[in-house]
Write a protein that binds this ligand. Structure first.
Ligand code: PMV
Length: 292
């Protein structure tokens, strides 16, 4: 059985597409895949089956992984443990799990290249941060086009993760940010520089175990993401509830437009309870250093 975890982007989503560093962390929950030799390649996810030539995105993504790995035909069964389209990197976890199932001995670089080919089908212009987090786990510093760097995590980072809204399309959110960049290039550049400095400071906080400082930086990153028009009412409300129930900082994670928020909190359970009272489901996760 091959596995890969989902991810949280702690800071830097969207800006990472334009070369700004991002900090991401692997989740234990993710996807699990098993492969067995077959006459024709086939991917089965729950009641959905796809093959490379069936015209579906899933089939094309599967075909892209097979082509990249030059893998022999196999039937792959895939189980996904996190909701899709919510910013938790479900698609990247699926990609890495499928690639690992198809070719257990492949190098991490080969797995990353195959997963990137899968992500390109769904996302158009992926930075690669999702696949890097899925393949590495732990907490990573990611710059587009460069190998991820494992970060030292001075103190475990307890998060509450809440599903603040329905899934949104990462591709559409990335395209809407690209349009904003065209309309208002100077404002856009200022936001990018702001996010860059937050991410750089967050790295220092994470290494030093300064969770209070990190919380403030998460709040500021959320403000700049709102300025890029990727937040919405549900996200803002979930962040507000989290802060009122003791979170040190809260923001959307991933593409936004819906999906998940993360709240850094000494007691994630009290944030989860407050969210539950307002109809927001969630779970807790602790970010630590990579175990590999
Ligand atoms: O796939 P999501 O929703 O976790 O978001 C990916 C992060 C973005 O920065 C918005 C896009 C990218 O390719 O980095």
């Amino acid at each position: 059985m091959a596995r890969a975890g989902g991810k949280l982007i702690l800071l830097g989503e969207h800006a990472v597409v334009y070369g700004v560093p991002a900090i991401a962390a692997g989740l234990d929950r993710g996807a699990e895949a098993s492969a067995r030799p077959a006459a024709e390649p086939r991917l089965v996810v729950g009641d959905v089956a796809a093959s490379p030539d069936d015209g579906s995105d899933l089939g094309r993504a599967f075909g892209a992984v097979i082509a990249e790995l030059r893998a022999p035909a196999a039937e792959v069964e895939l189980r996904v443990e996190i909701p899709a389209g919510c910013g938790l990197g479900a698609s990247a976890a699926m990609a890495v799990a499928v690639a690992r199932a198809l070719q257990p001995d492949a190098t991490r670089d080969a797995i990353l290249a195959a997963a990137h080919a899968w992500e390109s089908v769904f996302h158009g212009n992926p930075s690669g941060v999702d696949t890097a987090a899925a393949a590495f786990g732990g907490c990573i510093w990611f710059v587009r086009g460069q190998p991820p760097v494992a970060l030292k995590v001075g103190a475990p980072l307890p998060f509450a993760i809440g599903i603040a809204g329905p899934p949104a399309s990462t591709k559409e959110m990335v395209e809407s940010v690209a349009r904003l960049r065209q309309r208002r290039p100077q404002v856009f550049e200022k936001s990018l520089e702001g996010i860059r400095s937050l991410v750089q400071n967050a790295k220092l906080c994470i290494e030093a175990g300064d969770v209070v400082g990190l919380g403030k930086l998460l709040d500021l990153n959320q403000m700049l993401l709102s300025g890029l028009h990727v937040s919405n009412e549900g996200i803002e409300r979930a962040c507000q509830i989290a802060r009122e129930s003791g979170a040190l900082g809260a923001k959307l994670t991933g593409a936004g437009g819906g999906g998940c928020v993360i709240a850094l909190a000494d007691d994630p359970q009290s944030v989860l309870a407050a969210w539950r009272n307002h109809g927001v489901d969630g779970f807790a996760a602790v970010v630590t250093e990579s175990r590999t």
